[in-house]
Design a protein around this ligand. Structure first.
Ligand SMILES: [Zn+2]
Length: 292
């Protein structure tokens, strides 16, 4: 009996010990910082890859990472995209090596680290985050929205309507029930300057969903970066000029957004980060390291 109890306590300590140590509460940085978190990986069937008008041979690696991003600005913080499986589920499945979730019949996600744990490691709690925004409401970008019900939600009306549209199978409404009545700012303009100094700007790029948007950052040493949501999924779609997937909310609008964004990137000399790009993501510095 005693032996069992000791074993149980040791086991419990092992589980608790696996949690990252809570860092000291973060202080606002002097210049804008960008943190990249590991919010999971999606594996596709051959049929799933074909949806993007590319072949496994053309893309090489068919898996798609799911990153989440935190922008820390001197005047506050912005959480951008929040993963594919809620933290509570990931915690429950920790002993099994992570949580699995069928995003759709062609795509399965595996998540082994919580967003809350990764935020805690750099001194933030979800309740500390000033603003939350998503590139779009698909299941692999919105899983932890409920954690940010005390943040101010920056949302475009078209996406908000899409999120609560009855019978919408492209979203998981339980991921964001708490946002229905949370504090929000309705973003109507093409470009929305989050901290009013041009360093963090959300820009409309509709088509993938009705209110799909990208995030533009002006970083002191890294330079101009666009975190492009799902404007593309595989970099091969862009390099090979393939048309958008047939299951986009509006294929023609997606194609127009891609053309507009490519033009914008050229004119402003901005680098594009495709969020689901496996090779590019593998090279990104991950939190606690950051871009500035
Ligand atoms: Zn996605």
């Amino acid at each position: 009996m005693l032996k069992t109890l000791v074993a149980l306590l040791l086991c419990l300590e092992g589980v608790l010990g696996a949690q990252p140590p809570a860092a000291r509460k973060a202080v606002p940085p002097k210049t804008v910082r960008l943190y990249v978190f590991d919010c999971g990986m999606i594996t596709f069937s051959a049929e799933g890859v074909a949806r993007y008008h590319v072949t496994p041979a053309e893309v090489g690696e068919t898996r798609m990472p799911v990153p989440c991003f935190l922008v820390a600005h001197p005047k506050g913080t912005l959480m951008w995209d929040v993963g594919v499986i809620p933290d509570a589920t990931v915690e429950k499945e920790a002993a099994a090596g992570g949580a699995r979730y069928e995003v759709n019949p062609t795509a399965t996600a595996l998540v082994s680290r919580t967003l809350t744990g990764q935020l805690a490691a750099i001194g933030y709690r979800p309740a500390d985050i000033t603003f939350v925004a998503i590139s779009h409401a698909h299941k692999d970008h919105s899983a932890n929205l409920n954690l940010f019900a005390t943040s101010t939600w920056l949302t475009r009306p078209a996406e908000r309507a899409f999120m609560w549209q009855p019978g919408n199978e492209r979203v998981e409404q339980s991921f964001y029930t708490k946002l229905e009545h949370s504090k929000s700012i309705t973003v109507e303009k093409d470009e929305y300057d989050v901290f009013d100094d041009g360093t963090v700007v959300m820009k409309a790029a509709p088509g993938h969903t009705p209110g799909h948007q990208v995030l533009l950052l002006q970083l002191a040493s890294t330079g101009r970066v666009m975190i492009a949501g799902d404007l593309y999924h595989y970099p091969a779609e862009r390099a090979l000029h393939r048309p958008p997937p047939d299951n986009e909310f509006d294929v023609r609008q997606s194609a127009a957004s891609r053309a507009m964004i490519e033009d914008y990137l050229r004119k402003t000399r901005t680098a594009m980060w495709i969020q689901h790009d496996f090779a590019a993501n593998a090279k990104l510095k991950k939190s606690p390291a950051y871009y500035e």
